[in-house]
Ligand binder design. Sequence first.
Ligand code: ARG
Length: 581
Amino acid sequence: MKSHIQSLLEQTIESFKQQGILPADFEARIQVDRTKDKSHGDLATNLAMMLTKAAGKNPRELAQLIIDTLPASAYVAKVEIAGPGFINFFIDDSALANQLQAAISDEHLGIKLPRPQTIVVDYSSPNLAKEMHVGHLRSTIIGDSVVRTLEFLGHKVIRQNHVGDWGTQFGMLLAYMEELRAQNGEQAQLELSDLETFYRAAKLRFDESAEFATRARQLVVELQSGDEYCNKLWREFNDISLSHCHEVYERLGVSLTRADVHGESAYNADLEQVVKDLDAQGLLTQSNGAKVVFQEEFRNKEGEALPVIIQKADGGYLYATTDLAAMRYRSSVLKADRVLYFVDLRQALHFQQVFSLAKLAKFVRNDMSLEHLGFGTMNGEDGRPFKTRTGGVVKLVDLLDEANTRALELVRSKNPDMDEATLAEIARVVGISAVKYADLSKNRTSDYIFSFEQMLSFEGNTAPYLLYAYTRVAGIFKRATDIDLSQAKIVLEHEKEKDLGNKLAQFGEILSRVVDKGQPHVLCGYLYELAGAFSSFYEACPVLAADNDEQKHSRLLLSQLTANTLQKGLNLLGIETLERM
Ligand code: ARG
């Protein structure tokens, strides 16, 4: 509906240009918003105010002119001028009802699909040297929900799990793996099942034994020179580490597969060329033996230029070098229109610098959009970065186990007579959804406090609340299986029916916001409001006990579209629904 009004206004602007009311090259930013107060209609625009300067007329006069020029539309019942020159649109109820009716049988729930684009999404991207930690949880969950929404809207999505699988710390890890295997093969297998412990033990050996440290350094050199034995060892290690990641993905219901892994090492062969190309363009400067690029706009607080380090004095390449190669690949080989990076906000400067350098060096097409969609830190209840009681990093598996245990207690307390298998299945879904939803529902850029209590509450904007709301809506049909709705029609009469109908019609606008700005929390907020609108409707408008069959059928259809929308919305967030809980 919003995009429909937007397009009516666009046509009006065109006609203003033809009539000479506006300059032909005028670029209007048309903003249409939902009104808060229904006495002001359903949608409103401040367009008249935005045009006053360019058209040289006062806003109320312009607003009238816009209304007179606006093309006729079956969806618009009434248009009014309000206040200094706002234009309010009242949507026609029967047109809205028809739109909703069409949405019920449409797999895209009636939303208008955008022009398809090729979109690379860089997400999860853990470092394989260590166990995946909570920081990667946010990237994984938020990234996956945006990926699902992009695909639903018809875009071609290329997932890129840019894992950290290269670097000097692998020398230490391989040396330790080699040592353990020589002593006792089984022990090596066992220790690798906990990478956190493995990493610590390797570091300990590195620090305590000069001989070990020498071997570690030697292995780095051999690894980089392509030595077969060393590369085999490295592949084995990464394979084990990746299988840990994929266990977590599977449990979380994340859509990443092994085929989506395209880590740092995938760009090794291109790095020398990156340096040569930067050099050929005169962009490289020597700084303490290292090759760096200075860009004017990047300076620290003291005004000193901040470099991007491309190659260290010892010849080693850096995180930035790999990212430059990756951008070039995403532009020229993957032909992306947009590249979205779901990475911690603390890397903001890194991305600003490499994005601007990639453009400067013409590594990427001009029309490819590079977007760092950063996220804040997940904190513990003390407001400090999330740690275990003893101050260690929290392993994701442990976190999910605890969510599951708590969910089981909760579900059991609500259903004392339920059998164990059903309880376990419901608890699995509730536990995982609670963790995912808690993350998704927060504004991406803010830090947030991880609280099991809050995320498992049935009150407020939480997974249990929404999952339960869905079972309630779906439950209405269970009691109405014998009703034939094939000829039924939606009619919006009651105020609460109209409110629900209006909410349902917003689904498409909400999804555009999720993908344009990478903000799944907008979808969470919407689903929460939709569940609320349904509750108010259900309280005020009896469904199965309606006054007559037409009304009953119409209300059943509204309930059905609500169930479909809730289910699809949750599914786009990567959350399974339950039929009962
Ligand atoms: N491995 C990095 C980290 O854990 C994230 C990589 C993000 N993607 C990228 N293209 N730099 O911090």
